[in-house]
Design a protein around this ligand. Structure first.
Ligand SMILES: *Cc1c(COP(=O)(O)O)cnc(C)c1O
Length: 558
C-alpha cells in the first residue's frame, strides 16, 4: 500500500490549512502505545480501579487509534495501518477532513446533489462554501459541471457512491478521472457507506495510484451498527497524519472498541454478509412491488439498502405511511428531485406492512400480537430469541447443536408459533450451557409473550404414538412444576446428550412459570426424544390458543 512521510509530502497535502500543517499535534497521555503490562501510569490523573464490579478497561484513557481495532479494520478493508483513521462514524471523518483542509471564509468544496446532506452541513459549520455540481439526468457524475464549479480555492470534491438518496453507484471511470484531473489541487472524497450492498469493487484499491483519494467507510449501515458510531477514512499516509492531528485525542470509547471487534470477527462478518444478501434479494422484490402502486411513478435501480421512489405526491405518501406508524424520508427538498421518497429496507414484516398500507388495503387493525424478545448474555453464551405466538413463521433456529435445533423446530412447528433463536455458545467445552441457556431464554420469551394470559386455553395434553408413547400435560397456571419420566436407552441423540432433555424442559417450565408433566416410553432414543418435543409443541399449541376474552381462572388472574 502507498505510503509517504512528512518529508515527501504530496502536493495535495500542502493544500491543507497552514496552521494544521504547522501544528505539532496534541500529545495525549496515550499517544505512545502502552509499553508493557508492568508499566505504572501516573500521567493522566486516572483512577487505579474500575468504576463498578465487572467493568474492564474503563478507568484508563484509550489510545487515539487502538491497535487491536486498527488491526481488524485493516483486515476488513485490506489496507495498511498508515492509511487508516478510525473515527466516530463517517460523519466525523467528513468533519475532520473539512477542518484539516478548508480555510474558513476562503475555501470551498464541491458536492454533487442530490446527495448526502452532511457534506454541506459540515462545510457550513467550518465556514466553507459548498458549491453544487448537479448529477446528470441518470444521477451519474457530470464531469463538466464539476469542472465549472471548481476554482482555485476548491479543496475537496465529494462523491457518494452508492449515492444517498438516489441509490446508484458512480462510474469508476468518472471517479478515476476526477482523481487525475485534480491530483494536486483537490481531495476526491469517495463516500462508500453503502458499497457492501453493491456488487462493485471499492475505490480503496486505487489508493496506490492517487495521492488525493480518500475513501470513507462505516460500520453503521453495512454492519448494522449505526448506534455504535464507528467508521473510517482511508487515505495516503500524509493525508492520514493530517486527519489524526485534527481528530480528538480519545475518539473511540472502550466499549465501542470491544463491540466493533466483535462485529468484525470473521464468523460474525460471515453472518452479516448473509443478512446483507437477504436485504438485497428482498430489495429487488420490493422494487417491483412498489412500482406496481398507483401513487408510484418509478423506482430507481438500487445498489444500496434502500430504494428511492419517484411518486405523484411525496408528502401525501409519507403522511399515509405515517398515519400507520411508518416513517419514510421525503427527499423532495433535494435539488434535482421533486416528489421523491426514500425507503430503507426493513424487516420482511415491516415491508409487508408498508406495502399493504401504500396499496390502500386498510387491514382491520390487527389484534396486538403476542410477541416478545429476550437477549441473554453470560460468559458462557450469548442468545437472542424472539417468539410470536400469533404467527407461524418465521421459524429460524441456530443453537450450534444440530439435533437440538431440530427439536426446537418441532416445538415451534407443532406449537404453531414463530420462533427465531440464535445462540453463540461455548460449544468447545460442551453443549450443556448452550442447550440449557437456550431453554431458559425461550421460556422467558414465551412467558413474556403470554402477557396476562387473558383468553388462553391454559391446559394442553397430547398422546402421540409411534413405537414410542408420550404424554404431555401443561398448565400455564403461574406455578412451576416439572415431572419428567423417561428412560432413554442411549446416552446421545446426534450431538445432543440425552441427560440435557429433562434439563431443557425443566428450564422451559421454570421460566414459562408452567406446570409440565411429560412421560415417555419406547425403544428408539431418537423417537422418544423427538416425541417429547413434538408432544410438548402440540400441548403448547392448545394451551396458548386464544379461546375468548376471559381470564381462564376462577381467581381472575394467572
Ligand atoms: C448514513 C451515512 C453516513 C453516516 O455514517 P456514520 O458512519 O453513521 O456517521 C455517511 N455517508 C452517507 C452517504 C450516509 O448515508
Amino acid at each position: 500500500m502507498a505510503s509517504s512521510s512528512s518529508s515527501d509530502m504530496t502536493a495535495i497535502c500542502q493544500r491543507a490549512r497552514p496552521e494544521i500543517l504547522a501544528m505539532a499535534g496534541y500529545v495525549s497521555a496515550r499517544s505512545l502505545q502502552l509499553p508493557g503490562s508492568e508499566t505504572v501510569f501516573l500521567d493522566a490523573n486516572e483512577c487505579a480501579f474500575e468504576p463498578f464490579v465487572g467493568a474492564s478497561g474503563l478507568s484508563r484513557y484509550p489510545t487515539q487509534q487502538p491497535a487491536q481495532l486498527v488491526d481488524s479494520f485493516c483486515r476488513w478493508l485490506d489496507v495498511s495501518s498508515r492509511n487508516l483513521t478510525i473515527t466516530r462514524g463517517a460523519d466525523e471523518a467528513i468533519d475532520c477532513l473539512m477542518r484539516a483542509f478548508c480555510i474558513p471564509a476562503v475555501d470551498n468544496v464541491v458536492i454533487c446533489p442530490p446527495t448526502f446532506a452532511m457534506y454541506a452541513q459540515s462545510a457550513m459549520l467550518q465556514g466553507v462554501a459548498a458549491r453544487s455540481a448537479m448529477l446528470d439526468s441518470n444521477f451519474g457524475l457530470d464531469l463538466a459541471a464539476i469542472e465549472k464549479a471548481v476554482d482555485a480555492n476548491t479543496k475537496m470534491i465529494f462523491v457518494c457512491s452508492p449515492n444517498n438518496p438516489t441509490a446508484n453507484i458512480m462510474d469508476a471511470g468518472a471517479i478515476q478521472k476526477l482523481c487525475e484531473t485534480y491530483a494536486d489541487t483537490a481531495l476526491i472524497i469517495v463516500d462508500e457507506t453503502y458499497i457492501e450492498f453493491s456488487d462493485q469493487p471499492s475505490s480503496i484499491a486505487k489508493l496506490d495510484q492517487f495521492a488525493n483519494l480518500v475513501v470513507l467507510r462505516t460500520l453503521s449501515k453495512s454492519h448494522a451498527a449505526a448506534g455504535l458510531r464507528c467508521g473510517a477514512a482511508v487515505a495516503r499516509g500524509d493525508v492520514t497524519s493530517l486527519l489524526q492531528k485534527v481528530l480528538a485525542p480519545y475518539p473511540l470509547a472502550a466499549p465501542v472498541m470491544q463491540a466493533a471487534l466483535t462485529i468484525l470477527k470473521p464468523e460474525n462478518t460471515a453472518k452479516l454478509a448473509e443478512k446483507r444478501a437477504d436485504i438485497v434479494t428482498r430489495r429487488n422484490g420490493y422494487a417491483k412491488e412498489f412500482a406496481k402502486l398507483d401513487d408510484v411513478q418509478s423506482v430507481l435501480p438500487s445498489d444500496a439498502n434502500y430504494l428511492l421512489l419517484l411518486v405523484r405526491d411525496a408528502a401525501d405518501l409519507c403522511e399515509k405511511a405515517r398515519k400507520s406508524g411508518i416513517i419514510l424520508r421525503d427527499q423532495s427538498h433535494q435539488p434535482g428531485l421533486e416528489n421523491a421518497v426514500r425507503i430503507a429496507i426493513g424487516s420482511a414484516e415491516e415491508m409487508q406492512q408498508l406495502l399493504s398500507v401504500l396499496a390502500g388495503e386498510n387491514p382491520p387493525a390487527l389484534p396486538a400480537q403476542r410477541r416478545f424478545s429476550v437477549t441473554r448474555k453470560t460468559s458462557e453464551t450469548a442468545i437472542s430469541v424472539t417468539v410470536n405466538l400469533d404467527k407461524t413463521a418465521p421459524i429460524k433456529i441456530n443453537t450450534g447443536v444440530g439435533f437440538y435445533d431440530h427439536m426446537l423446530d418441532q416445538i415451534a412447528k407443532h406449537g404453531g408459533f414463530s420462533l427465531e433463536l440464535e445462540c453463540d455458545g461455548d460449544l468447545h467445552i460442551d453443549p450443556h450451557h448452550s442447550v440449557e441457556d437456550c431453554a431458559i431464554a425461550l421460556g422467558q420469551a414465551i412467558r413474556g409473550a403470554l402477557g396476562d394470559k387473558r383468553g388462553i386455553g391454559r391446559y394442553g395434553f397430547f398422546l402421540p404414538m409411534d413405537e414410542s408413547l408420550v404424554q404431555v400435560a401443561l398448565d400455564f397456571g403461574g406455578r412451576f412444576y416439572l415431572d419428567f419420566k423417561a428412560d432413554f436407552p442411549e446416552s446421545h441423540v446426534g450431538d445432543l446428550p440425552c441427560d440435557m432433555v429433562p434439563h431443557v424442559f425443566y428450564s422451559l417450565a421454570e421460566h414459562m412459570q408452567a406446570n409440565l408433566h411429560i412421560a415417555v416410553t419406547g425403544e428408539n432414543t431418537h423417537h422418544m426424544v423427538e416425541a417429547c418435543f413434538k408432544g410438548f409443541g402440540r400441548a403448547f399449541r392448545q394451551a396458548i390458543r386464544i379461546e375468548g376474552t376471559e381470564m381462564p381462572s376462577t381467581k381472575g388472574t394467572l
